[in-house]
Design a protein around this ligand. Structure first.
Ligand SMILES: C[S@@+](CC[C@H](N)C(=O)[O-])C[C@H]1O[C@@H](n2cnc3c(N)ncnc32)[C@H](O)[C@@H]1O
Length: 237
């Protein structure tokens, strides 16, 4: 999760919502009033308000939260668009959401050994999973992995948010209509890596400013992340 982004967006009085929080380990670091929602309650952090709920409909009124941080949950919810619609509904005008999801097209991902199955067309991948994997792994493929790709996620976020920025790695680019970079944020990203990684990242980030390379990069990067913003009051759908 891009901590600096969230820290710069929220102030301690803000209401932040973390759907699919699990224990709330990520949300616990956000300095604000954080509500951690999960389908099964797993509370361990004293500072968080835990709510047991399904992803939709969310048990909150419209325009309740200033910020939503939702990491690694989308693959569990087949109704991607309905879930994004709920996140948008509970956000206040000018609120923002950070949405982070695994990429089924990246061959080496957690939870899903062996990852290359997810690169196969669904019928073939599922048939292989059925004959070669144990029942838990097979269920993960059947129920979760095939739900999602960055393409599906991107369509869903664009359907419900006015402004969507692709943020993996931090490119500071409006994803649509064209990649236009902002060098400031590159500096932060580069500062975190080793020298070789930093140079590679610089090259990749520069390349991704060209739309075809950006699309390819998004398809192959292990995680896709989007920062989505609501329009101002009166313009919210
Ligand atoms: C991979 S964990 C991610 C946990 C946390 N967001 C993180 O990044 O560390 C996915 C979580 O989503 C929860 N979940 C799955 N379906 C859900 C639903 N329909 N509504 C709310 N939470 C759900 C699961 O119980 C699980 O705790």
């Amino acid at each position: 999760m891009l901590r600096r982004d969230i820290d710069s967006r929220v102030v301690p009085d803000d209401r932040v919502f973390d759907p699919g929080s699990k224990h709330g380990n990520k949300a616990a670091h956000i300095d604000a009033n954080v509500v951690a929602v999960n389908i099964e309650l797993q509370p361990i952090h004293k500072g968080l308000a835990y709510v047991r709920a399904d992803g939709f409909p969310l048990p909150f009124q419209a325009d309740t939260f200033d910020y939503v941080s939702c990491c690694q949950v989308f693959e569990y919810i087949p109704q991607t668009r309905a879930f994004v619609a709920e996140i948008s509904r509970v956000l206040k005008p000018e609120g923002a959401a950070f949405l982070d999801l695994p990429n089924r097209l990246f061959p080496d991902r957690p939870h899903s050994p062996p990852g290359y199955y997810s690169l196969l067309p669904r019928p073939l991948g599922l048939r292989l999973a059925q004959s070669l994997l144990d029942s838990d792994q097979e269920r993960y493929y059947r129920d979760y992995v095939y739900n999602l790709s960055p393409v599906i996620a991107r369509r869903a976020v664009h359907a419900h948010f006015e402004s969507v920025e692709y943020v993996t790695p931090r490119q500071k680019v409006a994803y649509r209509p064209i990649f236009l970079g902002d060098v400031d944020d590159l500096v932060y990203t580069l500062g975190k890596g080793t020298k070789v990684f930093a140079k590679l990242l610089l090259l990749i980030t520069l390349l991704t400013r060209f739309p075809p390379a950006g699309w390819l990069f998004e398809l192959l990067y292990p995680h896709a992340a989007y920062e989505c913003r609501e329009p101002s009051r009166g313009c919210k759908r």
